[in-house]
Ligand binder design. Structure first.
Ligand code: PHE
Length: 414
């Protein structure tokens, strides 16, 4: 009995780990092997570990600031109170931008993966239409209710985890050390290509909007929430490492050039993988996994955007109010998907650029302000001012890298 009542007063960390892991692992991971082809496996792994470290600590900094407020206080409330109106406006704009551009990326990605799936079944279906229909289906679920979204997400996430292990368990069995070590190339250079991968790593480790949701769920329990963040991000890091191993151990480095040239969208990558694997069942698994991976982030991110816009425009919760919010959420990215169906890689890069504001820079400033104003009595991220400086530098560095690479000033592997 006692065990039962303790379990009820503090929900287990499993749910929180799933929320964090589920948000992190999404379409972003499909951009990783393509943009990391230049830096290749070991350098990219180092970049991933570094990004994991910084993104975990910036999440902990949001928690540090959040603990001064009642559970349920949103990102918006905390930022306005600690950093003032201007920072809050910038923060809100960058959140909206990231959610919009990710919704666009998911539409583009789902169009491409559905097109590929049907292609496997010998059905010809234009990717634009596929993306549009998929977006309409997601819009319908989001319009129905939050509960509908969380039920769908639970199902899709479960399927994603199962197919992930089935797919990657067998994918690892196919890894060819000669391909992974890139023995074919004579004196290759990798390090110069590392910097341009950083915004993609950052986007792939984004989850920070969920930290206030965890506090709403668990209450002021820093120990439990810290464990959720550590485990959720570590699971993602582990899966990304396996994903790099599975892709770079099967597709030769120079073959990635053609993949990137075709827009780097998911179908091209999956097609290249199936081409080398020569296994019908593995191919099918991979296709199923990609569909679920895109669908679960799609639901999570659009729900976030939906709630944000409803709050911003003051649309109510009636069916008509929700319809207005759904239109504001889905129409702009859908239009984008119709006009530019293949902007997946660009979109993830821009998501990294904008996410650096609210997932790195603002959290570091929040922690600093929280220490000044409240002394952060409940929990304080280790490392003092040095850690705050590191996260600020990480955030600013990412923005700089993205700008330089958009201007064509960073080396590109081609
Ligand atoms: N990490 C998510 C994208 C994301 C970024 C920022 C916040 C929320 C989600 C993905 O890989 O698809």
């Amino acid at each position: 009995m006692t065990a039962l009542s303790t379990a009820r007063s503090t929900p287990s960390i499993f749910g929180g780990v799933m929320i964090i892991g589920g948000t992190i692992i999404g379409a972003g991971m499909f951009s990783l092997p393509v943009v990391m082809a230049g830096a290749w496996f070991f350098w990219s792994l180092a970049g991933l570990v570094f990004t994991w470290f910084c993104m975990l600590h910036s999440g902990l900094m949001i928690l540090e600031a959040n603990l001064n407020y009642a559970p349920g206080a949103s990102f918006d409330t905390i930022t306005r109170d600690l950093l003032g109106r201007n920072w809050n406006v910038l923060n809100g704009l960058s959140i909206a931008f990231v959610l919009y551009i990710l919704t666009y990326a998911y539409i583009s990605a789902s169009g491409s993966i559905i097109h590929h799936t049907l292609d496997e079944l010998n059905v010809v279906f234009p990717p634009r239409l596929a993306g549009l229909l998929f977006a309409l289906a997601v819009a319908f679920i989001v319009w129905l209710s939050t509960k509908a979204v969380s039920r769908m997400t639970a199902i899709v996430l479960g399927a994603k985890v199962i197919t992930f292990f089935l797919t990657f368990g067998s994918l690892l069995g196919h890894v060819k050390p000669a391909t992974l070590m890139n023995v074919a190339e004579q004196s290759p250079s990798y390090a110069p290509y590392l910097l341009m991968t950083l915004p993609f790593c950052l986007a792939s480790f984004g989850y920070h909007g969920n930290v206030p949701s965890l506090m709403k769920y668990y209450g002021r329990e820093p120990k439990i929430i810290i464990r959720c963040l550590v485990w959720g991000t570590l699971i993602a890091l582990g899966l990304y490492a396996i994903w790099l191993l599975g892709t770079m151990g099967n597709i030769a480095r120079h073959d990635f050039i053609a993949i990137a040239e075709k827009g780097g969208n998911i179908d091209v990558l999956v097609q290249a993988l199936s081409g080398v694997l020569n296994s019908r069942s593995l191919n099918l698994l991979l296709v199923i996994f990609s569909n679920f991976a895109v669908a679960s982030s799609f639901l999570g991110v659009t729900l976030g955007l939906f709630d944000y816009l409803a709050d911003l425009f003051g649309f109510d919760d009636s069916p008509l109010g929700r319809l207005k919010t759904a239109l504001a959420t889905f129409l702009p990215p859908m239009a984008g998907g119709l006009i530019w169906p293949n902007g997946f890689l660009y979109a993830i890069g821009y998501a990294g650029l904008a996410a650096t504001v609210w997932a790195a820079i603002v959290p570091a400033l929040l922690a600093r302000a929280s220490r000044k104003r409240f002394g952060s009595p409940r929990y304080r991220v280790w490392g003092g001012n040095g850690m705050i400086a590191l996260i600020l530098l990480f955030g600013a560095g990412n923005a700089l890298v993205h700008v330089l690479s958009s201007l064509g000033l960073l080396p590109v592997y081609k």
